[in-house]
Ligand binder design. Sequence first.
Ligand code: ADP
Ligand code: MG
Length: 234
Amino acid sequence: MPKVDDIIATACSEKRTYLLENESKTIMQTYEIPVTKFTVAETEDAAVKAAEKIGYPVVLKILSPDVIHKSDVGGVLININTPDEVRKGYQSIINNVQKHKTNARIKGIFVEEFAPKGIEVIIGALKDPQFGPALMFGLGGIFVEVLKDVSFRVAPITKFDAKEMIQEIKGYPILTGIRGQKASDVTALENILLQVSKLVMDYPVINQLDLNPVFSYPKGAKCVDARIILEEKS
Ligand code: ADP
Ligand code: MG
């Protein structure tokens, strides 16, 4: 895929192994993985224009090759509702990041569509030293961080594998609708797993991929954060 090749070549030429969120999300779009609409703004005015085009509320995020965990440095603001809030948010993100990481290079501010709350899931890929690229699925938040309730498969996976990966986590009933909650669109999650499998098979240079979180809905799913890390020497 030429677009993906270009993004990877640019990162390599800049000696970056960590792809910026706009780069990772463009790659997801190329593989038909649903992501939130976004624009990169390099000025406050551009951020306001982008927010108007995307439609309020929007989310603002830091775009920096030196910031991997954006919310840890005050680099994510959700639910921004007015042009004034965009301007204030733009500055406060830059201030926060500079406070936490003095020398962080700032490429701009990522202006993004606000995604309504869904059930948070995590879809990832990593390189197993023995088996090569492998896929991971889990529920977000404490499920993955505390309970380590995740499933793995070596890539490439089949539709059947994707289904099994989702069904075998302990938290699976959360996706089928418990306590009056609507069931999640599990097929949409299977499709993302399959597309990620395809992506990592097509691009062995991808060392690690995290879609964290993906919001799962009764109809469809949307990836709100995407991170790709490339192999060191490429
Ligand atoms: P990081 O993981 O680098 O700290 P994220 O992009 O995952 O940053 O943002 C942190 C949290 O903010 C997410 O886990 C999610 O709950 C929320 N969030 C991020 N982007 C959106 C969005 N577009 N719409 C709604 N909520 C979002
Ligand atoms: Mg995240």
